[in-house]
Design a protein around this ligand. Structure first.
Ligand code: G3H
Ligand code: 13P
Ligand code: NA
Ligand code: ZN
Length: 328
């Protein structure tokens, strides 16, 4: 059944688990995630970016959500707008059946320029008020995601850098988080704690404390009833880099967020864990492998079926590691 982000994450908080929020753009990703959830009995957050809405179309996504919830009536399912950039994006998502929206006012509407406090508060407060009128949940964002390693603040979609920032600017401030939540009334808050979007998060293997775990604990202590969200949480596993590169791909060596660090984040109060890149790699790596092994094959299902299996395996693993399994 379709439920809101607030309903799902309240249960997660009461029972000390985290929930992966997987990006979807098409039917195959939806099926792979729901099959994984069914296998391990996990509740689900699906999220669509503005790019996903442009790719599939709002009407298609609306019916995809309906179809998935009808096919899996016993799995709690939240459908969330990822990185909404203005009121129109968020409200039109709700109109098309989304039960939750992210108003990312940490960047201006162009999604490239870091926004100031007043802009972020005003637009997030407006969206939260309207969404709450009609029973949808709202995620806001405070802070600039970016690598603590390089001080490079990345664009939210991982497509490029917006500039150099100090470590202080790359971590959400606990007192500001408290004030931001009091002013905007968001249900969930995305924080900057050392992750960044896309595949290229760390240029050398992260060892020891990769994320600012202490900062997460401090923020959680200030706003215990608001659910913390960690964006940029792909682990960019070596086996998927190898799968891509052994089958004709040319991805430079890179490192993602170690899963143990995400587990520590969840213990410290993180509830929603955003993952897109890992699933993209699972699908693309399998497509490449099939294309190489069976060059005569032209039935797309022969590519899609093993690709969905690979993605399902990854989703099952995250449900297990984050403690989501068993909580549907
Ligand atoms: O945060 C970005 C997500 O990975 C979605 O990416 O805008 O290319 O769909 P996208
Ligand atoms: P990754 O690029 O690490 O998968 O993060 C996705 C994300 O944060 C979507 O909002
Ligand atoms: Na941000
Ligand atoms: Zn994100």
């Amino acid at each position: 059944a379709l439920i809101t982000l607030r309903q799902l994450l309240d249960h997660a908080a009461e029972n000390d688990y985290g929930v992966p929020a997987f990006n979807i753009n098409n039917m195959e990703q939806g099926l792979a995630i729901m099959r994984a959830a069914e296998k391990v009995n996990a509740p689900v957050i699906l999220q669509a970016s503005r790019g996903a809405r442009g790719y599939a179309g709002d009407i298609m996504l609306k019916h995809l959500i309906q179809a998935l919830s009808e096919m899996w009536p016993d799995i709690p399912l939240c459908m969330h707008q990822d990185h909404g950039n203005n009121e129109a994006t968020c409200l039109s998502a709700i109109k098309h059946g989304f039960t939750s929206v992210m108003m990312d006012g940490s960047l201006e509407a162009d999604m490239k320029t870091p926004a100031d406090w007043d802009y972020n508060v005003a637009i997030t407060e407006r969206v939260a008020q309207m969404a709450h009128w009609v029973g949808a949940s709202v995620e806001g964002e405070l802070g600039v995601l970016g690598s603590l390693e390089t001080g490079e603040a990345a664009e939210e979609d991982g497509s490029g850098a917006v500039g150099k920032l100090s470590e202080d600017q790359l971590l959400t401030d606990p007192d500001e988080a408290k004030e931001f939540v009091a002013l905007t009334k968001v249900d969930a808050l995305a924080i900057a704690c050392g992750t960044s979007h896309g595949a290229y998060k760390f240029s050398s293997k992260p060892t020891g404390e990769t994320l600012a775990i202490k900062r997460i604990e401090e923020i959680h202590a200030k706003i215990p009833n608001v659910h913390l969200v960690m964006h940029g949480s792909s682990s960019v596993p070596q086996y998927l880099q190898d799968l891509i590169n052994e089958n004709g791909g040319e991805m430079p060596q890179t490192y993602g967020v170690p899963i143990e660090e995400i587990e520590r984040g969840i213990k410290s109060g993180v509830r929603k864990v955003n993952i897109d890149t890992d699933n993209r790699m699972a699908l693309t790596g399998t497509f490449r492998k099939m294309a190489k092994e069976k060059p005569g094959e032209f039935d797309p299902r022969k590519f899609m079926i093993p690709a969905m299996d690979e993605m399902q395996k990854l989703c099952e693993d995250r449900f297990e590691r984050f403690g989501t399994a068993g909580n549907a």
